[in-house]
Design a binder for this molecule. Sequence first.
Ligand SMILES: Cc1cc2nc3c(=O)[nH]c(=O)nc-3n(C[C@H](O)[C@H](O)[C@H](O)COP(=O)(O)O)c2cc1C
Length: 326
Amino acid sequence: MERVTLPPVPAGALFFAPMEGITDEAYRKTIMKLYPEWDYLATDFLRVPAAGHYPNKHVVRHFGKELFSSPEIQKKTMFQILTSHRSFTVDMVKQLEDLGVPWLDMNIGCPSNTVCKSQGGSYLLRDLPALAPLVRSIRQNFSGRFTCKIRIGYLDTSGFEDSIRLLNDEGAELITVHARTREDMYKAPARWDFITRAAKLSQVPVIGNGDVWATADVNRMLKETGCHGVMVARGALKAPWMAQDYRRENFYPSTAETAERIQQFFGEYRATLEADNVTPRGVLKQSKSVARFMLDDFENGAFLRRGLMLSQSVAEFYDQISKLPS
Ligand SMILES: Cc1cc2nc3c(=O)[nH]c(=O)nc-3n(C[C@H](O)[C@H](O)[C@H](O)COP(=O)(O)O)c2cc1C
């Protein structure tokens, strides 16, 4: 497929973060249809194999079939990979190049034990001199847009500025900074001052990420840190309409509005899953995993969530969604 040309990422761009197990093609399609105000979305990471290679069919299935056939969807999507020094990185990058992938994002932030044991994700931040040739090998073999997503360190932040310099020197075209160390995992407060430091130091755009929970936080992050754009993860699971609220300056939606949007979201999500021939069991499983995040703002949110999680069928789940209090 002919590669699409990507226009520059505009200042103030909003990114819906990659989230493994959630941001698959059906979820992304739902978000793009209902909330086109998100400028960009990202795929779950594809792990570069440590031996052999994936058939193209596997790669296309992982990222999503439509992503390979629609230039409009491609323009909005970062394809993410996760690799390590032991993996067949160059082979995989060449394969993605041949498949016409326009935007490749390298995950240098994943904190999971499994990933770090195989020396990938955030583990790569432990040894910057070794990271440089790995980043270079991707850059040299990929002609599309190449970006990186990092944490501010592994155990501590002593190498942070060097990591930003390294990614600039090795040809990353944009850097997303998740403002926590690997040690912080997801709990510790995100340290936005590191986003400020990166934005000052980097020649290429810096996207800030971490602890954007409410629509007003988007503005705050842009203003306080001087970052080029904002990436939202868990806050966007809770309120997938956050980008729309941001663009419309709707900072305090009512519970009734939220209930209506949850119903609209699940109506579209279910239709997308069913159109993709997902089994009823799959529809229920996926709907539950997404719903976990969405009910915090209701007075009896924990109770409503428990009801949904205990649903035994798609009909039971969706019946409860239709009866959300407004
Ligand atoms: C369930 C879940 C899955 C995630 N999967 C990925 C992933 O595949 N790739 C990635 O770069 N980050 C992943 N992340 C990290 C988020 O993209 C983001 O960097 C992090 O959650 C911090 O942002 P937040 O404070 O807005 O949640 C994941 C986070 C969560 C909660």
